[in-house]
Every structure is written in C-alpha cells, then in structure tokens.
Design a binder for this molecule. Structure first.
Ligand code: FES
Length: 91
C-alpha cells in the first residue's frame, strides 16, 4: 500500500545558525520502509545535501544512529512513519 509521509529533515548549512537548517519533504513510500530507506530516498530524489551514514544495515554497528522525534534510534531497523523529524547525532 502506497502512503505519503511528511518528513522534516536537518540538512547541513553553512549559512544557518548551528550549521543546520530544517527542510520539509513529502515522500511517497510503498509498504513498510525504514527511516534509513527514507533518508536514502530523500538523498537520491530530493536533496543531495542530506547527510547520513549506514554500514551493516542490520542493527549491529550503530553507524546509522539518528535523532528521530527527539529520540536516538538506529535508522536501519526503525520503521518510518508520518511526521518524522530527523536530525544527525552531533556529539
Ligand atoms: S547500519 Fe549498522 S546499525 Fe544501522
């Protein structure tokens, strides 16, 4: 089943205070997808400035950790939902 998600994503910006600006995206996905899948879609289809890491893709290395709606999660094993706010872990 196709569904539309609204995603607010932090993007590196030299002009913005704190080095990040937020941008709102509409994303259409098919079935259940992970937060990492959404980040890859945003990077490939919407904005190449979106920065993220992924390595194992199986929840083992923690390389894909992001802050999702104020909580740290592994993006490769966390299912995407509507109204996500995603930003990188900066510490
Ligand atoms: S890519 Fe390794 S835990 Fe997500």
């Amino acid at each position: 089943m196709r569904r539309k998600l609204k995603v607010r994503c932090a993007i590196p910006s030299q002009e913005a205070a704190g080095g990040m600006e937020y941008k709102l995206f509409d994303v259409e996905v098919e079935g259940e997808v992970t937060v990492l899948d959404v980040l890859k879609m945003l990077y490939c289809e919407k904005d190449e400035r979106i920065a993220f890491h992924s390595f194992c893709g199986q929840g083992l290395c923690a390389g894909c950790m992001v802050e999702l709606n104020g909580r740290r999660v592994l993006s490769c094993v966390t299912l995407a939902s509507d109204r996500m706010e995603i930003k990188p872990i900066l510490d």
